[in-house]
Ligand binder design. Structure first.
Ligand SMILES: *[C@@H]1O[C@H](CO)[C@@H](O)[C@H](O)[C@H]1NC(C)=O
Ligand SMILES: *[C@@H]1O[C@H](CO)[C@@H](O)[C@H](O)[C@H]1NC(C)=O
Ligand SMILES: CC(=O)N[C@H]1CO[C@H](CO)[C@@H](O)[C@@H]1O
Length: 360
C-alpha cells in the first residue's frame, strides 16, 4: 500500500468517528463491528516491525497482580481497564469452540462476516471483555448477561437495574476495554471512550511530509507541541498520543457528530507516559474553550502502545492515577463462563480458514 492510500484510509477512519460513518470504507475495505475501533494507523504503514515477543513469565506476574486487584475491587468495582494481547494468543480449537459458544447468537453471525481473521480475533475478544466486565462489575451470571445495540450500533447492557458504561478499542497487538460503574445517585451520568494506538510509523516518506499531509487534523498549538520535540521518535510519540486523545474524546461523544478536528485541541501535560501509572493532566480546549467536566487518562500498555481514556462527568477529586491497563489472559476471560450456544465446529472451521491481513 502506498503512503497516500494509507493516509486516505486513515482519514476515512477518523471520518467515521468524527464525520459520520463512511459507508464505503465500512463495506468495501473490511466488515468492521466497531468501525473506528478498528486499526487506524495500521493502514498508514508500509512495513511492520514484528515484535511477537513471548511474554511467559511476565504474563504470569501480571495475572497474579490482576487477580489481587480484582479481588480488591471485587467489593465495589468502579473502574476497569483491561488489555488483551492478541499477538501472543495461540488458541487451541477447543478455546475457539468455547469462546464462540459464549457470545450472543447475533454477534456470532456478525463476527463471521469479517474478512480477516485478525479482525475476527480482535472483535471476539472485545465481546468476551465486555461480558467479563459486566460479570465482575454487576455480579450477573454469564448466561444472564445480555447486550443490545443502540441505533448507531453502539452496544449497551440490556439488563435492568445495572448502570455500567464501557467502550472497546483494538489496534496493534491489543484489544482493550475501559469500563466504569455508574453510582446510583449520581446527578450527571459519567461517560467513557477509549482508544489504543500503536506507536509506529513505517510510511517510507519523511515524517515531516506525513505531518504536512495531516496538517488539518491538528490545531496550531498541537503542532507546536508535536514538532517541538527534538527527536523524530519523540515527535511521532507526541503525534500518536495526541491522536489517541482525540479518538478517545470522539469515541466518548459518539459517532455521527461533526467536529472540525482543529477545534478539538489538546494541551499535553506530563511529557512522559508510563505503563503502571496514569497521567491525567492533558487538557482539552473545544472551540477555544477549556472543557472542565472532562478528564483524560493516558498510559502505555507496553512501550509501543499508548492508550487514552476520555471520561466525562467524573468528579475532579476522584483519583484516576491507578487506572492503568492490566493484561488479562484468555483463561481469565472465559473463567466461570456458561456457554450460551451449542459448540459449533463448522463455524470454527470457517473461521480458521479466514486469511490474515497481508501487511503483517
Ligand atoms: C487469531 O486466532 C486464531 C484462532 O482463531 C489464532 O490461531 C491466531 O494466532 C490469532 N491471530 C491473531 C493475530 O490474533
Ligand atoms: C465505543 O464507542 C464508539 C463511539 O461511540 C462506538 O461506535 C462503539 O460501538 C463503542 N464500542 C463499544 C464496545 O462500546
Ligand atoms: C477528519 C479529518 O479532518 N481528516 C483530515 C485529516 O487531514 C487530511 C489531510 O489534510 C484530510 O484529507 C482529512 O480530511
Amino acid at each position: 500500500m502506498t503512503l497516500a492510500t494509507g493516509i486516505v484510509a486513515l482519514a476515512l477512519c477518523l471520518g467515521c468517528g468524527i464525520l459520520s460513518a463512511n459507508a464505503e470504507y465500512y463495506q468495501k475495505d473490511y466488515y468492521s463491528e466497531y468501525n473506528c475501533n478498528e486499526p487506524l494507523l495500521e493502514h498508514a504503514k508500509l512495513t511492520a516491525t514484528s515484535q511477537l515477543r513471548e511474554r511467559g513469565p511476565e504474563n504470569a506476574r501480571l495475572n497474579e497482580h490482576r487477580t489481587a486487584r480484582e479481588h480488591r475491587i471485587g467489593m465495589a468495582v468502579r473502574h476497569v481497564r483491561w488489555a488483551f494481547d492478541l499477538a501472543s494468543w495461540r488458541p487451541t480449537l477447543t478455546d475457539l469452540l468455547l469462546a464462540t459458544a459464549c457470545i450472543q447468537p447475533e454477534e456470532k453471525l456478525r463476527l463471521a462476516k469479517f474478512v480477516f481473521r485478525d479482525d475476527f480475533n480482535a472483535s471476539l475478544i472485545g465481546r468476551l471483555l465486555m461480558r467479563r466486565f459486566v460479570h465482575v462489575a454487576t455480579g450477573l451470571e454469564y448466561d444472564k448477561i445480555e447486550f443490545d445495540r443502540d441505533l448507531k450500533g453502539k452496544p449497551f447492557l440490556k439488563n435492568q437495574g445495572f448502570e455500567v458504561e464501557f467502550n472497546v478499542s483494538h489496534q496493534g497487538r491489543y484489544s482493550v476495554l475501559a469500563g466504569l460503574v455508574v453510582e446510583k445517585d449520581c446527578a450527571l451520568k459519567p461517560t467513557i471512550g477509549v482508544d489504543v494506538m500503536k506507536i509506529e510509523y513505517g510510511g517510507g516518506k519523511p515524517l515531516g511530509e506525513f505531518f504536512r499531509l495531516m496538517n488539518r487534523n491538528f490545531s496550531e498549538d498541537e503542532w507546536v507541541y508535536i514538532k517541538g520535540q527534538c527527536e523524530e521518535q519523540e515527535q511521532l510519540e507526541a503525534f500518536m498520543r495526541n491522536w489517541c486523545l482525540k479518538e478517545s474524546y470522539v469515541k466518548n461523544v459518539g459517532v455521527g457528530i461533526t467536529v472540525d478536528l482543529r477545534k478539538v485541541s489538546f494541551a499535553i501535560g506530563s511529557k512522559e507516559l508510563h505503563t503502571k501509572r496514569v497521567v491525567c493532566d492533558s487538557k482539552l480546549r473545544l472551540n477555544d474553550e477549556l472543557l472542565k467536566d472532562w478528564r483524560f487518562e493516558e498510559s502505555l500498555i507496553d512501550k509501543d502502545h499508548c492508550v487514552a481514556v476520555a471520561l466525562k462527568n467524573i468528579p475532579a477529586e476522584e483519583d484516576l492515577t491507578g487506572n492503568f491497563f492490566e493484561t488479562v489472559s484468555f483463561a481469565e476471560l472465559v473463567e466461570g463462563h456458561k456457554p450460551l450456544l451449542a459448540i459449533d465446529e463448522n463455524y470454527c472451521e470457517d473461521i480458521i480458514n479466514k486469511e490474515y491481513k497481508k501487511m503483517k
